[in-house]
Design a protein around this ligand. Structure first.
Ligand code: ZN
Length: 675
């Protein structure tokens, strides 16, 4: 499962001095609705030689799966990518021509989505160049450069792919979720061939045994096809479908095995290889259990068929990989918080009856991503919680991580994009945000995750689902308030988590600005606030605003016709957060449905249309790309005279097109056409 955050609320400005000091370029380029960023891999240089080798081998295993995802996303994707790249690199005509530029943008979008459909919306891209231009470009380059089948011509290649690129009614959606249609036949993803939805559902229904306490995830690693009238699976494994790519992945995993850090990690890699070889879903479950229990290794990775968002029936898993290592400093932070869980519980502004006598914090691991691949590249999640198998999760638990350097890259790249200048009231608040914003944002998340959700208790006999539809908003508010209440606490400085008495003001200001105003940029005019986290933020911010209105704790200020949030009394604001935390905990502990309903309906749902219109118009002017992705760093092994690796160097200079073209050259390992 993925967790995605929206970073717009944390976007901040960078000072000139900092800009000069900081030569690392986080923003690579922007086109269509996409922005490409770069991430740093702090700590890589300090890894041991064996650990560096391990990261390098696992990265190679990651990059060698690239073509699998392209093919899973649609059967023409590899062929179309090849033709586009050939025109892009070989075209001798006018490269500033509007048609050529539109084709370049189209190719960049295809790279980004691993196919011809939008990575998020799943709609097919509308090319901004004409078929006439494209046909002429192909002819000018000449037949010899293109993948043409024996006995065929450039014309037949055009006939093969032009309708897929240019005709809107051909393969319009990668994943169709429209109720009432045959979701399998109308989805362009390459998971089912010649099979109807009914046939696919029947095929898997007869496999399932309702009494099995440990059911495998049927269908997850295969394409379902109908051949000679018979529905059957073509399994993705060595010697099976995608076998060429899988064999190369296995080659690099075997190299990784030689430098594994310990026996637990070795067992994980061995099982991963075994699964790629036998394709047996029981093997996969064994692998998943070994993986979730390996918590002590510094280096960790995912490599395989993982998430099923790309299958309209939610069974077939898309291929992805991430290689990472534990961020020791950030993980220390979450451990410090977690180790002091009892102190925080005992001192919270909550009625004694609602507190846990014995509380245990959760220490979430913070990781540094070293390479992203497949369905995690270029667009990636910032947190991962795996495995997805329900029975494994309930019996063995799961591993949950947040990716620190990706979060950091989002924050850094957002500086200077104009958002802060547009929405933050004055230089005072901007200075707080700049100085403390990243730190207190992370700390708030840590307190929320490590302590907030685990704090408090229900009174005996209270139904945990008593708050019904309001339950998740109230629960998120409880966790957020726990963090907000403690950020300014002296205990935080005592534990070395915050540097001084001002740091918390950065998070307080951005929380109020976001909850009262800027999170509205994600909602269409006329709609209400629906999502639980957004409802929670508005609930807290509006409640604290209203309760502190007499004393002007927070107020609206108009400047040059624009509306701003101004916090006048941060200490009073903390008291208000504490007061609301007490009340929200009471509602939860007593299962007071009516009070939950009142709070949510009065504060969390409705939007002032006039303010909403203003915020959207101001945001629109900033022209920020709504979707972001990342260019990977490059790992280069250095060898001695015997060819042994003596070091692995990391570099960041590669451009987006440069990287994609290199990957297409070095990591292409599947046939361009499905036979
Ligand atoms: Zn939460």
């Amino acid at each position: 499962m993925f967790s995605f955050f929206c970073y717009t609320e944390k976007e901040r400005k960078k000072t000139m001095a900092e800009m000069e000091k900081d030569t690392f370029q986080y923003v690579v380029e922007q086109f269509a609705d996409l922005q490409l960023l770069r991430y740093q891999v702090p700590g890589f240089e300090e890894l041991s030689l064996n650990q560096k080798k391990l990261v390098y081998y696992l990265s190679e295993a990651a990059l060698h799966g690239r073509d699998i995802l392209f093919d899973q996303n649609g059967k023409y994707n590899l062929l179309i990518r090849k033709v586009l790249e050939t025109v892009y690199t070989e075209y001798q005509g006018d490269r500033t021509d509007a048609n050529f530029l539109a084709m370049e943008t189209y190719l960049k979008r295809v790279w980004f989505s691993s196919g011809i459909h939008h990575h998020y919306a799943a709609d097919k891209f509308v090319p901004g160049f004409t078929p006439e231009f494209f046909a002429k470009a192909l002819q000018s380059i000449g037949e010899g450069k293109f993948p043409i089948r024996e006995g065929e011509s450039l014309e037949s290649l055009c006939e093969e792919i032009f309708p897929v690129i240019f005709q809107s009614e051909v393969m319009p959606k990668r994943v169709n979720q429209a109720d009432g249609e045959d979701l399998v036949l109308t989805s362009a993803s390459n998971y089912y061939v010649g099979v109807t939805q009914q046939e696919a559902e029947d095929f898997y229904a007869q496999m399932k045994c309702p009494d099995d306490p440990t059911p495998v995830m049927f269908g997850m690693n295969s394409r379902l096809v109908k051949e000679n009238g018979k529905v059957q699976e073509k399994v993705w494994k060595s010697g099976g479908l995608y076998g060429q790519a899988i064999d190369t992945i296995v080659y690099w995993l075997e190299k990784a095995l030689e430098v594994a850090e310990n026996d637990a990690q070795k067992a994980v890699i061995e099982k991963n290889i075994q699964f790629y070889k036998d394709g047996d879903l029981k093997t996969f479950d064994e692998y998943a259990i070994l993986w979730l229990k390996d918590l002590d290794s510094r280096i960790d990775y995912v490599n395989g068929f993982t998430e099923s968002y790309g299958d309209p029936l939610g069974m077939k898993a898309s291929w992805e990989s991430i290689v990472n290592f534990k961020d020791l400093v950030a993980t220390k932070r979450t451990e410090t918080i977690s180790d002091n869980a009892q102190w925080f519980e005992d001192h919270s502004p909550v009625d004694k009856r609602f507190k846990k006598a014995e509380v245990k914090g959760v220490s979430a691991k913070v990781i540094t991503a070293a390479i992203l691949a497949g369905d995690l590249y270029p667009a990636t999640a910032i947190g991962i919680n795996l495995p997805n198998s329900n029975w494994i999760r309930s019996v063995h638990g799961s591993k949950s991580v947040t990716i620190g350097n990706i979060t950091d890259a989002y924050n850094k790249a957002a500086r200077g994009n104009g958002f802060t200048d547009e929405f933050v009231y004055s230089e005072v608040e901007k200075a707080y945000l700049e100085k403390y914003g990243d730190l207190t944002g992370d700390l708030h998340t840590d307190l929320h995750e490590c302590l907030g959700h685990g704090s408090g208790q229900l009174l005996p006999g209270v139904d945990p689902d008593a708050l019904k539809a309001y339950g998740s908003t109230i629960e998120e508010a409880r966790a957020d308030l726990f963090g907000l209440y403690y950020l300014p606490d002296a205990k935080m400085q005592e534990l070395g988590l915050t540097p001084d008495d001002d740091a918390y003001k950065a998070e307080y200001y951005s929380f109020m600005m976001n909850g009262l105003m800027t999170q509205l940029v994600r909602i269409e005019l006329g709609n209400n606030v629906e999502e639980a986290h957004m409802r929670n933020r508005q609930l807290i911010a509006k409640w604290a605003f209203e309760k502190g209105a007499d004393q002007k704790v927070t107020e609206w200020v108009k400047k040059d016709g624009k509306t701003y949030v101004k916090v006048n009394d941060y200490e009073k604001l903390r008291q208000l957060f504490g007061q609301l935390l007490g009340e929200i905990q009471r509602i939860k502990s007593e299962g007071d449905f009516e009070a939950a309903r009142q709070l949510v309906e009065n504060y969390a749902v409705k939007i002032d249309p006039e303010l909403h219109r203003e915020v959207l118009a101001r945001y629109e002017k900033l022209k920020l790309a709504p979707y972001k992705g990342f260019v990977n760093p490059v790992y280069t092994p250095e060898t001695d005279a015997e060819g042994d690796i003596v070091d692995v160097k990391i570099s960041y200079g590669e451009g987006y097109a440069e990287q994609m073209l290199r990957y297409s050259k070095d990591y292409a390992n599947l046939p361009l056409r499905n036979e």
